[in-house]
Design a protein around this ligand. Structure first.
Ligand SMILES: [Zn+2]
Length: 233
C-alpha cells in the first residue's frame, strides 16, 4: 500500500494539472495556486516584496531568500531602517518633497535660488534632478500628472499650491520639468494657462538628442523635436 498516502495528480482534458491528497480518509483536491514551499511568515515576506516596483514573484522570492541568508548583515539593518523611515519621514508642506524634516532640506537651504521653482510630477523626478545637480532652484512636486483616462484631475495634484507659490514676488521663473509624454505635456499646458497672470517666466525642459545619443537610434518624434528646437552653435 505504499504510495497510497501520497498525493496523486492528473491532468484535465484542457491540460490543467490537478493534484489530490488524502485528508481524513478522503481524497481532496489541492489548490496548486496557493501551494507554498515555505511557512506563512516567509510567504508573507515574498508577497510583500513582490508588490515593490520592478519585482515580480520570482525576483521577490530571490530577494526574500537573499535577505534570509544575510539576516544579520542586511535583513536586520533593513528592518531597523524601515522602522526609522516609518517614524520620521514626512511630506514637506511647502514643496511636496519627502524628508525627515519639514520644511525639507531643499526648502530651507539658503544657498538655493528662491527665484527659480522647478515643477516635477514625482519625488523620483526631484531626486533625479538632484543627482544630476541640474538646478540650484527649489522644487514643487505635483504628485502626478493630469491623466483623464486614469481619472487624475487637477484637484488630485498640488496645482493650487503651485499657483500660490508662483505669485510670490521672489519667484521669477517656473521650470516645468515634466515627462515628455502626452500626460506630462497636457499638465504643462494646463499649468501655463493657469499662470498667465503671474509675473513669472515659464520654461520647460528641452526635447531632443540625449547626451551620448546616436541619431540613427532615435525615434522620429525625438528627432523632429530636436530639429525644431535646434540652438545656435
Ligand atoms: Zn520642501
Amino acid at each position: 500500500m505504499t504510495g497510497f498516502r501520497e498525493a496523486i495528480q492528473t491532468h484535465t482534458r484542457a491540460g490543467l494539472l490537478r493534484r489530490f491528497a488524502p485528508r481524513n480518509d478522503k481524497w481532496v483536491e489541492l489548490d496548486l495556486m496557493s501551494s507554498s514551499v515555505a511557512g506563512p511568515e516567509i510567504e508573507r515576506l515574498i508577497q510583500l516584496l513582490a508588490r515593490l516596483p520592478g519585482l515580480g514573484p520570482r525576483s521577490a522570492r530571490r530577494a526574500a531568500l537573499h535577505l534570509i541568508k544575510k539576516r544579520d548583515a542586511l535583513m536586520m539593518p533593513l528592518s531597523a531602517a524601515l522602522d526609522v523611515a516609518i517614524e520620521k519621514i514626512e511630506v514637506c508642506k511647502t514643496c511636496g518633497n519627502i524628508d525627515t524634516q519639514n520644511p525639507c532640506t531643499v526648502c530651507i537651504d539658503p544657498r538655493r535660488d528662491p527665484a527659480i521653482l522647478v515643477v516635477v510630477a514625482d519625488v523620483a523626478d526631484l531626486w533625479a534632478l538632484e543627482r544630476a545637480r541640474a538646478t540650484n532652484g527649489r522644487y514643487h512636486v505635483l504628485g502626478a500628472t493630469l491623466s483623464p483616462l486614469d481619472g487624475v484631475g487637477p484637484d488630485d495634484l498640488t496645482i493650487e499650491a503651485l499657483v500660490a507659490r508662483a505669485h510670490d514676488e521672489k519667484v521669477t521663473e517656473i521650470i516645468l520639468a515634466l515627462n515628455a509624454t502626452v500626460d506630462g505635456q497636457t499638465t504643462a499646458h494646463y499649468i501655463t494657462d493657469l499662470l498667465q497672470d503671474a509675473n513669472v517666466r515659464i520654461t520647460r525642459l528641452a526635447h531632443g538628442v540625449p547626451v551620448g545619443g546616436e541619431l540613427d537610434y532615435l525615434d522620429e518624434g525625438t528627432l523632429s523635436a530636436a530639429m525644431r528646437q535646434r540652438t545656435l552653435f
